[in-house]
Every structure is written in C-alpha cells, then in structure tokens.
Write a protein that binds this ligand. Structure first.
Ligand code: P5A
Length: 437
C-alpha cells in the first residue's frame, strides 16, 4: 500500500476530552473516528490492528478446541426474563421495540442466548464437554464512556461459553481458557496478570480478570511481583499440567481492589515484592455453574439417565479494548512501537523525495515490489514532505521497522531501522529474513 492512497486522516486537533495517550494517538493517526459518545468508526489503520488481534484470539481459542459460531447482536427480551437478568441489568442495557411492539435488546453479553441455543440442541452428557465462542459487537449504555475504545458503549468482544456435566469437568474447561488467555496476550507482546476478581452482573463465585499494567488503567491492583517469574512455556496442554499452571498462578497473591484486604497482602507478600499499581482489564473469565441453565431449563441426561442442569462458564476478551491497551503498554516518549504480531504493516519504506531526481522513489518502488513478492505487508511513504516530518509521523503510526532510502542507502546496502533503536546498514536479503522470522 502507498501511503498517499491509504485513508489515514492524520490530525493535530485532539479534542480536550481525549485524556489518555491511547485515545489521543488513535484519533491523531486516524485509527478511529468518534461517531457519538462511546461509539466509534474504525478506520483502515485501526481496523487492521483490531483484525490482527481478533485473529490471534481466534487461533488460540481454536487451539484449545473451542468452536467458532456467530450469534446476533439483537436479542429477544424473553430469554432475559427467563434467566431473571432483564430487570437486574438496569440502565446499561439498550432496550428496543420492533414494529410489532416486541421487546428486544442490543446484547451486552450472550449467556442467555447461548443457553437457549444449547438447550434446544444438546440432550445428553455424551455430547459434552463443549466450548462455543463468537466474536461480535456488544452494546452497554455505559454511564460515563471514556478513554476512547477502552470504555465505550459499542465494543468488540470475544465471548466463549463452556458446557460440562459436572463442576469438576467444568473446572477443566476453566483451566484451558485460563491457559489460552495467557498465551493469547503473550502473543500480542502483553504480560497479563490473572487476578481474583468480583463477578458483578455475570454472577457465579469463581472469576479471574486478566490485567495488563498501565498507569492509566481503571483498576487498582495489588500483586506479588513473583507472578512475573512464572513461565507459561513450562506447562503442557494436558489436564494435569493445566491444573498445576492454574494453581501456580493463583497461589501467588494478585487481586483487584474489590478483593483487596491489607492484612492478607501483608501476610502473604514480602514487603519488597509488594506491587501496588494500576492496570487495564483485557479479559475476564467466570464460572457460574447452573446460574443460567437452572432457571432456563437447560437440562441434559447424565450417565444414569437423570436430568441435570448443565454446568456453564463464560469467558470474555475485549478485542477492541486491546487496541487501546496495547498502545498504553507500548507508547513512550512520543514513540509508539506496535508489537510485530499486530502491527498495521510489517515495514514502512521511507524514501527521501526529491522532485528533480526520482532515484530514491524508483529504488523504493523496486524494494516495495520485492517485499510484496515475499508476502511482506509493506507501506511505502510516497508523500512529498521532508524526512524529519516523516519520521515524526511514523513515530506515531508505530510500524516497528523502517527502510530509509536516503544518502546512507547505497546500491544494495540499505538503511534499516527498528523503532527505538539506532539504524544499521543491511542487504535487502538480510532485511527480508529479519521481517519474515
Ligand atoms: C464473559 C464473556 C462478560 O461479559 N460474558 C461473556 C462475560 N465479561 S465482562 O468482563 O463484562 O467483559 C469482557 C471483556 O470485555 C471488555 N469490555 C469492554 N471493552 C470496551 N468497552 C466496554 N464498555 C467494555 N466492557 C467490557 C473487557 O476487556 C472485559 O474484560
């Protein structure tokens, strides 16, 4: 893609309500455009990053055997009345009537809808366990939408739902998801800490939030620094190993403010290991057993032919929030550097443009074609502006690698720069291999 053709409405006018750096940067680099309070259009640059995040989430869900499906955004109020949550959910739920006067709503989450799908399809323990998921827009009429895509009304969520015969089996599904979440965030270059948390309107008595550290986060967190010593690669994907993994994590103190007790913190965490900071919740998992299946009559036959309520959990990842959260975690000293796995482009070519001499731009186009042949997603900045402005602009766009076509690039030896590092002179072949690995 040539930058002159890409729809990136870069702007200097940042509205005063954009208080945190991710919100400012996303507006500045034309990743999003606010449509109304808490509702955004995703423009090509932002959309590309979100799709890459979505894809990592999908691959890791598929890896643990979860199956993708798609439920609608609009739901009938009936099923929410059955579960008893229609009134409980309060003002955050956007209630709508269709032309027949039927009560509908824009789904804030899908526990009821998936239970309805499941109860009409599965009758026997033989079909269990099952994990189903979808990646779909949600709507919550947040009282104070803020921080751009971090707390908005319309947001993109991956939500998965597990179905098991017994509480014991259900814990195995919970452990798989726990593992999958840590792997997912690692692949995005984020270190997420699982924390014991409150269950809020989803319910149940077992729940973990996955929080990444950021000063601008909404959650106050208290944790033992030793939690960062656990290496996920040491665990295999089998029941025993996953159980050990969850125990290892949950044996280390890490809680959000709702669960914080100073006495316990001081008792279980050495002073020098105590970490009190802020974080962003990027995922949240819940085990609520038969909270929905019981009132909604989602029954299955157990081994003795006895009807029993299926045991359920639900597991969410804030896919759109992760775009902002990754910026909060990576944007320092006016430089944003996207992790390679979710960068909007793999590399950008920056030719120094001279109207009277097309040598640099010709060379840039040749390299562009070469890289394209290797399936490298490359951006060519063909905009006619001076190099210092180009560098400033790309410090914000955040593509981690640059090929600079100016006086230092001679023949086949090219100036190659990784953001936040010094540039080096490399052959195109070396550059290709760096980009591909
Ligand atoms: C779990 C999946 C649930 O809704 N039901 C289905 C459960 N959990 S949750 O914690 O309420 O949300 C899951 C994740 O969605 C993101 N999120 C948001 N992102 C942007 N704006 C919002 N207003 C918003 N609310 C929730 C968070 O990442 C959360 O962990």
């Amino acid at each position: 893609m040539y930058l002159s053709k890409l729809f990136v409405p870069i702007t200097k006018d940042i509205p005063a309500e954009a208080k945190i750096k991710s919100h400012q940067l996303m507006l500045q680099t034309g990743m999003i455009k606010q449509s109304s309070a808490g509702i955004y259009s995703w423009l090509p640059l932002g959309f590309k990053v979100m799709k890459k995040i979505e894809n990592i989430v999908r691959e890791e869900q598929n890896f643990i055997g979860a199956q993708e499906m798609l439920m609608p955004t609009i739901q009938s109020a009936e099923i929410w009345k059955e579960s008893g949550r229609y009134e409980d959910y309060g003002e955050e739920m956007l209630r709508i009537k269709d032309r027949q006067g039927r009560e509908m709503l824009y789904g804030p989450t899908n526990e009821e809808l998936i239970t309805d799908v499941f109860r009409s399809s599965v009758k026997s323990y033989k079909s269990l366990p099952q994990i189903l998921y979808h990646i779909q827009w949600k709507f919550r009429d947040e009282i104070r939408p803020r921080f751009g895509v971090m707390r908005c009304k319309e947001f993109f969520m991956k939500d998965a739902y597990s179905f098991d015969l017994t509480d014991e089996d259900a814990k195995k599904s919970y452990n798989k998801m726990f593992y999958s979440y840590l792997k997912t965030f690692n692949r995005m270059g984020l270190k997420a800490i699982p924390m014991a948390a409150d269950t809020g309107p989803i319910g149940g008595d077992l729940s973990h939030e996955f929080v990444i550290l950021a000063e601008t986060g909404e959650s106050q967190i208290y944790a033992d620094k030793n939690i960062f010593q656990i290496d996920l690669n040491e665990y295999k994907f089998d029941e025993a190993s996953l159980k050990k993994m969850r125990n290892d994590f949950t044996n280390i103190y890490a809680v959000t403010d709702e669960k914080f007790k100073k006495d316990n913190f001081d008792k279980f965490v050495k002073k020098e290991n105590q970490m009190i900071t802020r974080g962003i919740e990027v995922g949240h998992i819940f085990y609520f057993s038969d909270k929905y299946s019981e009132p909604m009559n989602c029954l299955i036959d157990d081994k003795n032919g006895k009807k029993t309520s299926v045991k359920m959990g639900s597991y969410g990842i804030g896919v759109s929030r992760l775009v902002g959260a990754t910026i909060e975690a990576n944007y320092n000293n006016n430089v944003m550097k996207w992790p390679k796995s979710i960068s909007p482009f793999d590399v950008v070519i920056l030719p120094s443009i001279n109207k009277n001499n097309t040598e640099n731009i010709d060379k840039a186009e040749k390299i562009y074609k070469e890289l394209k042949k290797q399936n490298i997603d490359v951006l060519l900045d063909d905009v006619d502006e001076n190099m210092s402005n180009k560098f400033k602009k790309h410090d914000l766009i955040g593509i981690p690698f640059q090929i600079i076509i100016g006086s230092k690039s001679k023949g086949d030896e090219l100036e190659f720069k990784e953001l936040n590092s010094k540039s080096e002179i490399l052959s195109l072949d070396k550059i290709k291999s760096k980009l591909i690995t």
